[in-house]
Design a protein around this ligand. Structure first.
Ligand SMILES: [Zn+2]
Length: 391
């Protein structure tokens, strides 16, 4: 009898383990179109060749999460890190990815062509691609666009939160509309899009303002990508996409990859954040200032801030609502995964790092998604967009 109970317990635990690691997840090609580990960790000197106890990503953990292809975001903010400027920042980050690849021969392969990507997947290697997040890194110079392409850039996000001389951002178009010199793409901006099409660099429209989005969609001859954006109708924040935009992407044959950031997934989380960043936060900070120096005050504030937000973190089910929404609006060919891991301060409960993608697949299975649909969502749709763009 005792053995029988033990057997039953063993059976139950194997069953639960198998459920949490759905087979289809590891059979399917998983592509994540946005990860910020280069700027947030690798540039700081962390070696992500093996499991580390900081951040959300490293090679061992990607393997555990079943990730086959990763776009590494090359990001710099509106003030350059190097005195030489944004272009130098981008090159330095690409160097850091090249060093990671050199340190891990046989494990990572760079994806320069569509053939490289497919070959890497077949050989069960981890395929690394470069996405440059922000057109400001070409510094208004077409030669620098060509140069970044030669170094491996395979998508470029036309803007980050900052606008540049040829494209306006979602942040500026919505929050600073009065101070804009122009709105949307300039003539040079259209030339940039056309040159990207010629080179085989995917036009990424995450972060762009609506005007830039529609100008770019009207200019490009290739399918576009939104590498890390979620649905405005579920969580109405400036970084998310509206129904008209989702329909336009479907018409263009592009793909929208869902961002995991709690503040883009859940409107209650976003509201709470606004509250903390607004008058209430200012009051708290002012009172802290009377007792502590700036460093201590910031530390206390950060702890308080995340503790206050913790109960508002969404569930994985909420994330899948965003996928579901796009599927119900335009079908299952236009949605993918663009986590923004290592670039965001909060993700859904349980989705702590890159080992947790199987939980999304599990939720899709629970909702009755077919294997065919799941394969498209996890990577098939992005593969189609890569094929249409790359050489
Ligand atoms: Zn971003």
């Amino acid at each position: 009898m005792r053995y029988f109970i033990l057997f039953i317990l063993l059976f139950i635990s194997v069953y639960i383990f198998a459920q949490s690691r759905p087979k289809i997840h590891f059979k399917a090609v998983l592509i994540d179109t946005h990860n910020d580990v280069l700027s947030s960790s690798v540039l700081e000197g962390n070696d992500i060749s093996h499991r580390i106890n900081t951040g959300q990503s490293d090679l061992d953990r990607w393997k555990e999460g079943g990730v086959d292809v990763q776009f590494f975001s090359v990001w710099t903010g509106d003030t350059p890190r190097n005195k030489e400027g944004f272009f130098k920042d981008a090159n330095q980050e690409i160097d850091s990815l090249e060093f990671l690849i050199l340190r891990n021969p046989g494990r990572i392969v760079p994806g320069y062509t569509f053939h490289d990507v497919i070959a890497g997947i077949r050989q069960k290697k981890f395929v690394a691609l470069i996405g440059v997040e922000g057109g400001h890194m070409i510094e208004g110079d077409m030669n620098k666009l060509d140069s970044l392409y030669k170094r491996g850039m395979r998508y470029m996000t036309l803007t980050w939160n900052n606008s540049n001389s040829w494209a306006t951002s979602a942040m500026d178009e919505t929050l600073h509309a009065d101070s804009l010199q122009h709105k949307g793409l300039t003539d040079f901006g259209r030339q940039v899009v056309r040159r990207m099409n010629e080179l085989g660099v995917i036009v990424d429209l995450s972060h762009t303002g609506e005007q830039t989005f529609y100008d770019a969609i009207a200019t490009t001859t290739k399918p576009v990508l939104l590498s890390h954006s979620s649905v405005w109708n579920i969580c109405p924040v400036f970084r998310n996409v509206k129904d008209g935009q989702i329909r336009a992407v479907a018409k263009n044959g592009g793909v929208i990859c869902i961002n995991f950031y709690s503040g883009f997934l859940d409107s209650n989380f976003a509201k709470k954040m606004d509250e903390l960043e607004g008058t209430r936060g200012k009051q708290i900070k002012d009172s802290l200032k009377q007792f502590y120096d700036a460093a201590k005050m910031n530390e206390i504030w950060r702890q308080y801030f995340s503790a206050e937000l913790e109960p508002y973190r969404p569930s994985i089910s909420k994330l899948v609502d965003h996928i579901d929404y796009i599927v119900k609006l335009v079908g299952d060919d236009y949605v993918g995964i663009g986590s923004d891991f290592d670039g965001v301060s909060s993700v859904p409960v349980g989705l702590d790092d890159v080992t947790k993608y199987p939980l999304i697949t599990e939720e899709l299975i629970k909702r009755g998604y077919s294997k065919k649909s799941i394969k498209k969502i996890l990577g098939g749709n992005v593969l189609r967009v890569m094929k249409a763009n790359f050489k």
